[in-house]
Design a protein around this ligand. Structure first.
Ligand code: AMP
Ligand code: MG
Length: 365
């Protein structure tokens, strides 16, 4: 396991100078950065403040502990044991229980589009093992019969004992929500370590905490889905403080066969990669120390689910939830196949289109 810790040179220099003379260093600008490769994803976390080093190390430990519970490929993880249990009940940890519970909630919220029980179908396409193939319709029909989310049963037995079971033949895949949940847990950790500002990028899941050292908002680029391999190829930039921003898109993982592209977000209604008129969905919600922290998982589940829904249904979904209480409020940046960037009203100020991107901007209310 690799752990990279770097204190910025600039800071080291400032510190060595001010140790002898000059004004004292503002502890809120002290920074640690780490890189972790976990959950199949390169992750970058920068923490600031007096306890930035402890917070950075604890962030890595937290992510590794979650991965050990949730991985589909590590044999003794909760999820691997659950998937291999053949319908028997297995004991699981608190985080696994919470995630299964939250996944059921977001399944209902998205009308079934977000469904962790889609796992057997994701595997049939080869996305679990990287041995890609187009499954036959007969196989898809057989596997789709195993994706009823009501077969997933998490349970709490007493204060610190949690179990879960599946119907025989079922399995679950938390790839569409685990990183968002991890971002929620990082927000908890930042509160615990009194981190004044931080930025965590867990693949397509970004958490910005507080503001930047100069008092301005963090800048989160929205990748141009048409240029997935180019760094700094953005459709635009979001200026955000205290927020989760989670992007899903077919461009993030796919294979090609017979001249056709097959991506990793599976429509539970068909068993096929979602035939979406969107190329990416970014969901943004508040990361406020004072509100219950489920918004990271929510953004992650919704970004996957709304990609499947497509533009019209995703916007209907957003409008239908606008009146909800502030805690669960979310906003969207949708990139469409026909070259538009559709931004919901609440992000109108925060989003700046990259003028050279070739996309046109639409603000919707
Ligand atoms: P994300 O990048 O968050 O959109 O998650 C995509 C991942 O979620 C895929 O690689 C699969 O592991 C899993 N997945 C695919 N389709 C679905 C679905 N309909 N509901 C929930 N998870 C899914
Ligand atoms: Mg997701």
């Amino acid at each position: 396991m690799r752990r990279f810790i770097s204190i910025t040179l600039a800071f080291a220099l400032v510190l060595s100078l001010t140790a002898c003379f000059g004004p004292p260093v503002d502890p809120d600008t002290v920074q640690e950065s780490i890189q972790v490769i976990a959950m199949d994803t390169p992750m970058f976390i920068s923490t600031y403040g007096r306890r930035s080093t402890g917070a950075a190390y604890a962030s890595e430990d937290l992510i590794r502990a979650l991965e050990a519970r949730l991985s589909r490929t590590e044999e003794d993880s909760d999820i691997s044991r659950l998937n291999a249990a053949g319908g028997e009940t297995v004991e699981v940890g608190w985080d696994t229980y919470c995630l299964l519970d939250q996944a059921a909630f977001f399944n209902a919220e998205t009308g079934g589009a977000f469904n962790i029980a889609i796992a057997p179908v994701v595997s049939a396409w080869g996305f679990t093992t990287d041995s890609f193939q187009v499954p036959s319709q007969a196989e898809l029909d057989r596997l789709l019969a195993l994706t009823d989310p009501r077969g997933v049963s998490p349970a709490q037995l007493g204060d610190a004992k949690f179990t879960a079971s599946l119907e025989p033949g079922q399995s679950v895949d938390l790839g569409g929500i685990a990183k968002g949940y991890a971002a929620d847990k990082l927000a908890d950790l930042f509160v615990e370590y009194e981190v004044p500002r931080a930025m965590a990028q867990l693949g397509g899941n970004v958490l910005v905490w507080g503001d930047r050292p100069d008092g301005t908002a963090w800048r989160v680029g929205v990748q141009d889905p048409a240029r997935p391999d180019e760094q700094n190829a953005f459709v635009g930039v979001l200026n955000l403080k205290n927020a989760f921003a989670v992007t899903s898109g077919g461009y993030q993982r796919y294979f090609e066969e017979g001249g056709k592209r097959y991506h990793h977000i599976i429509d539970p209604a068909t068993g096929y990669p979602a035939d979406s008129d969107l190329t990416s969905v970014t969901v943004v919600a508040e990361a406020d120390p004072d509100i219950p922290r489920k918004n990271g998982a929510m953004c992650d589940a919704y970004s996957t689910g709304l990609f499947i829904m497509g533009e019209e249904e995703a916007l209907r979904f957003w409008r239908s939830r606008r009146q909800q209480n502030r805690e669960n409020a979310f906003e969207l940046v949708l990139v469409t196949e026909d070259g538009r960037v559709v931004v919901t009203q609440g992000l109108a100020e925060a989003f700046t289109l990259d003028e050279g991107s070739g996309y046109t901007l639409e603000i919707v209310s």
